[in-house]
Design a protein around this ligand. Structure first.
Ligand SMILES: NC(=O)c1ccc[n+]([C@@H]2O[C@H](COP(=O)([O-])OP(=O)(O)OC[C@H]3O[C@@H](n4cnc5c(N)ncnc54)[C@H](O)[C@@H]3O)[C@@H](O)[C@H]2O)c1
Length: 329
């Protein structure tokens, strides 16, 4: 059994429950600065609870820690976790800057622990099949990848939890860095890294530091293009989609978090259905990596890619010109 602790119990509460439901995993302890919340979750899930990260990391029965705190704390806490000799998983995005990601990658390497980033859309069957099919050439030569999300977020959403959302220091950006990072990760998985990035993250609506509407056009080395369109100002949560087409076929994944899709191309749906997705969530993934030595689906280097693209989009938007990927770092 791999012993897990979960730090940060907003969305981390659901991940703690997932640990209890996963074979080979044992939920040892939950930790949150809010004592009442930590106690409530500990009692609900029949595990120990604490407000102290140090106490969590001192435990011999904790092998892996899920860091589910606001984004700007992921690397800081992750480095402490790695130095305590525990495997580290952060929720998305990995952190708010590539500098912070690099510190975490270095810490995990120096203590020889696993480092994973929890992008749940990577475990969705359809998305795994598309990524694999693209690698196998089933779509032919990729021409265009698009991700679009039209969501609504209220003022209360940005005020909740002490107001960390929509700040550069803790959220790393606005709609692109927070909600959009799931889809940016998917786009990079499907299409590879772009060579050139034009970003526009200048449209604001809520009273926050960062963008409400984020746009980017990407050029890939093979000549393909990418488009990112995202907003938290739509009248309602409308869609969260990814689309890719090549010379031999295309797919529109209407709902990238559950994999509902439309297929365009001869037998494309059947060809994709033949691809088996062996792992279904981050907890399963980490248990397999620890017990069988398998590769984590999103390790530190993979997780850093989204943060590097976000940095370049924001720098391009500020400079009002296209930039090479990484020019901002
Ligand atoms: N994968 C997803 O679908 C998904 C969904 C929502 C949020 N997220 C990510 O999860 C992270 C947290 O978002 P949230 O919505 O749960 O935020 P939240 O504000 O609701 O919860 C964060 C929790 O972390 C706790 N916390 C903060 N600092 C801490 C510390 N040093 N030690 C222990 N606990 C600490 C807070 O008390 C709070 O309970 C963000 O990085 C966000 O991007 C991912």
């Amino acid at each position: 059994m791999v012993g897990f602790a979960v730090v940060g119990l907003g969305m981390g509460r659901g991940r703690a429950k997932l640990v209890t439901q996963t074979e080979g995993a044992r939920l040892v302890c939950v930790c949150d600065l809010h004592e009442e919340l930590a106690r409530e979750v500990g009692e609900e899930l029949s595990c120990d609870w604490t407000t102290s990260l140090d106490d969590t990391l001192a435990r011999d029965d904790v092998d892996a820690v899920l860091v589910m705190t606001p984004s700007g704390l992921h690397a800081k806490i992750g480095v402490q976790v790695a130095r305590a000799g525990k495997h580290v998983v952060t929720t998305k995005p990995m952190d708010v800057s590539t500098a912070a990601c690099d510190e975490l990658i270095a810490a995990a390497k120096s203590t020889d622990v696993l480092l994973g980033i929890d992008y749940q859309s990577r475990y969705v069957d359809t998305n795994f099949r598309v990524a694999t099919a693209l690698q196998q050439g089933i779509f032919g030569r990729p021409l265009l990848g698009e991700v679009r999300f039209k969501w609504f977020r209220s003022n209360e959403y940005f005020e909740h939890g002490g107001g960390w959302r929509g700040t550069w220091a803790m959220d790393g950006g606005g709609s692109l860095a927070n909600q959009g990072s799931h889809l940016i990760d998917l786009l990079l998985w499907f299409m590879g890294d772009p060579t050139q990035v034009y970003g526009d993250a200048s449209i604001m609506n809520h009273d926050i530091e960062t963008e409400d509407v984020g746009l980017a056009i990407l050029k890939f080395g093979n000549g393909a293009r990418g488009v990112i369109v995202g907003t938290t100002t739509f009248p309602t949560n409308a869609y969260f989609s990814a689309e890719v087409h090549g010379t031999e076929g295309g797919i529109l994944i209407d709902a990238a978090l559950d994999g509902t899709a439309r297929y365009f191309g001869d037998d494309l749906e059947q060809k994709l259905a033949a691809i088996d997705n062996p792992i279904h969530n981050i907890v399963e993934d980490l248990v397999a990596a620890v017990t069988q030595g398998t590769q984590l689906r999103v390790d530190g280097a993979e997780g850093r890619r989204t943060v590097a693209l976000l940095e370049t989009i924001y720098a391009s938007s500020k400079a009002q010109t296209a930039l090479a990927l990484g020019a901002a770092s």
